[in-house]
Ligand binder design. Structure first.
Ligand SMILES: O=C(/C=C/c1ccc(O)cc1)O[C@@H]1O[C@H](CO)[C@@H](O)[C@H](O)[C@H]1O
Length: 539
């Protein structure tokens, strides 16, 4: 376990030394102190440090959110109805029967939330734009001035505090109208709508927004929406689930194909009409889990490769390398759409400027081609089964409040090095990483604010991110998910990811220990954290 910020610091460093070290680029003072401490046995042998100074000066450190999860005010400001508005109001859709109608009421409290970020000392903030605030009815309506004003005010207030906006164009929510008229992501028409929405965003916000993410985690929402039927529009078929409509073998790949081409359309518009004068960067964010073989066998090792190909590479290979991974083509055959030569040309001409990685967990993987398994709803057609325990019963890492996420800090380095190698060290941002606390309605702020596990988690993952950077990975930013506890999709408010606790009745924000830790870390004070489990896993 790592030490929490509450534990006594082993080494402290004066601010002027820190300044001197950063500006001169030399490791003088700190290394000397460290050597002295080691020589005198003040540090345990398996001690590692995470320190702001291990990251480049211009590195972006921030927090991350998304519109539907925090904004609320779902009927205000002439906002249109989204796929999620419709979905959450169906009985049984969300485990605790909740919804995002009010969420954190960030729509009204955004100035207070910017103050929180300012006090943390972050230099960037990742948020998403609600498509329904800008284009309530997609292409079939007008640009909504109230929506534009809201994000203008948010962006201006962030810049005023020296916080770079890092904007996701669509984070799971799309206008319900597009779902109704042509079936949303299942129709090639969505490519035009997404391009139009992106263009409006570039036009009205691009003078101030220098970082754009086209889509968040397309590799997850395609499966959750069209393979498992968990997310709107609740489509699936056997053996993945029991939905009224859908085809789990085909639709996830059609939706994915349209998302890739929607990304390419937005990037192409940005490159042609805006990037020259606005000078920003555009990329896409994928969910990137890391995997270890369940058993040290060739079949389980190949299972890991397949799952990685069916994961982020499903999207990044076509965008960067020009076509789907061969593992996908081999297994899916005609169920995986083909790119026409015209589309391939467009992909090659547009690509991306950076990769966004959301990384939370590592799991063991078992092969399901040569041995029978149950259906894995998340890895789907990769024909693998994930597990938190290895064949001999060893647990992959510390459990968290979410049954899907375990704390495995060294997975951060593994995942970054995998993408570095596969995509020729494309600039990368860790657009999400964070820790879930399980919550129920009888718990109060006091039950959440002493979140030493989150401090351990973030400190551990940052330690291994710094290590990847030392090994040459071009990582340029890191965002904690999340600034605030918020609406965690189908888990409702039963999982809390915030550095700040949010009281769901009063909407009061209270800093957790992790907020104080992050502030201290960002100010550059040395925090020594002890690595136990994590280093032993590496040996
Ligand atoms: O990474 C995920 C979700 C993973 C998962 C969910 C449900 C399962 O059953 C298994 C995995 O979403 C990202 O991680 C966050 C914290 O979850 C979400 O709140 C973000 O909106 C999203 O970008």
């Amino acid at each position: 376990m790592l030490q929490s910020a509450a534990a006594p610091k082993i080494i402290s460093r004066k601010d002027d030394e820190e300044q001197e070290r950063r500006h001169s680029g030399k490791m003088g003072a700190e290394l000397a102190l460290l050597a002295l401490a080691l020589a005198h046995g003040l540090l345990l042998p398996c001690t590692s440090a995470v320190d702001r100074g291990q990251f480049p000066d211009n590195f972006l450190f921030g927090t991350s959110t998304s519109a539907y999860q925090i904004e609320g005010a779902y009927l205000e400001g002439n906002r249109g109805i989204s796929n999620w508005d419709v979905f959450v109001h169906k009985r049984g859709a969300i485990v605790d029967g909740s919804n995002g109608d009010t969420a954190d009421d960030h729509y009204h409290r955004y100035m207070e939330d910017i103050e929180l970020m300012h006090s943390l000392g972050v230099n960037s903030y990742r948020f998403s734009i609600a498509w329904t605030r800008i284009l309530p009815r997609g292409r079939f309506g007008h640009v909504n001035p109230d929506g534009v004003s809201f994000y203008n005010a948010l962006i201006d207030a962030l810049l005023e505090k020296g916080i770079q906006p890092f904007v996701t164009i669509s984070h799971f929510d799309i206008p319900h109208e597009l779902e109704k008229i042509y079936g949303g992501w299942l129709s090639p028409e969505v490519q035009e709508d997404f391009g139009y929405f992106a263009e409006v965003c570039f036009k009205v916000f691009g003078d101030r927004v220098k970082f754009w993410i086209t889509l968040n985690e397309p590799n997850l929402i395609t499966k959750f929406s069209y393979m498992d039927g968990w997310y709107p529009p609740s489509r699936c078929s056997q053996p993945f689930g029991n939905c009224a409509f859908g085809n789990s073998s085909v639709e996830p790949y059609i939706a994915g194909h349209n998302m890739i081409l929607s990304h390419a359309n937005a990037v192409s518009i940005y490159r042609k009409k805006f990037q020259g004068k606005q000078g920003g960067h555009i990329g896409i964010t994928v969910c990137s889990r890391w995997y270890e073989p369940f058993q040290n066998t060739t079949t389980d090792i190949l299972a890991v490769e397949r799952a990685l190909a069916f994961g982020g590479s499903w999207f990044l290979d076509p965008i960067i390398l020009g076509d789907y991974p061969s593992e996908m083509r081999r297994i899916l055959g005609p169920n995986l759409p083909e790119f026409t030569s015209k589309q391939k040309k467009k992909l090659q001409a547009t690509k991306l400027d950076f990769i966004g990685l959301n990384h939370y967990t590592t799991l063991y993987l078992k092969d399901c081609i040569f041995s029978p398994c149950e259906v894995d709803p998340i890895d789907g057609d990769a024909r693998v089964l994930s597990s938190a325990t290895r064949h001999d019963g060893v647990l992959i890492g510390e459990p968290t409040g979410s049954p899907h996420f375990y704390s495995v800090p060294y997975g951060m380095e593994q995942v970054v090095m995998y993408y570095k190698q596969r995509y020729n060290n494309t600039p990368t941002y860790i657009t999400e990483n964070g820790y879930a606390q399980a919550s129920n309605s009888s718990m109060t702020a006091k039950d959440f604010t002493n979140d030493t596990q989150r401090v351990d988690y973030i400190g551990g993952y940052l330690t291994f991110l710094a290590s990847a950077i030392r090994k040459g990975a071009d990582v340029r930013g890191y965002f904690v998910w999340s600034l605030l506890d918020n609406f965690e999709w189908t888990s409702g408010y039963t999982l809390r990811f915030g550095l700040y606790h949010v009281d769901l009745k009063t909407l009061k924000r209270t800093p957790k220990l992790s907020a104080k830790w992050y502030r201290k870390f960002l100010k550059g004070s040395v925090l020594r954290t002890r690595l136990g489990d994590e280093t032993s896993q590496l040996q």
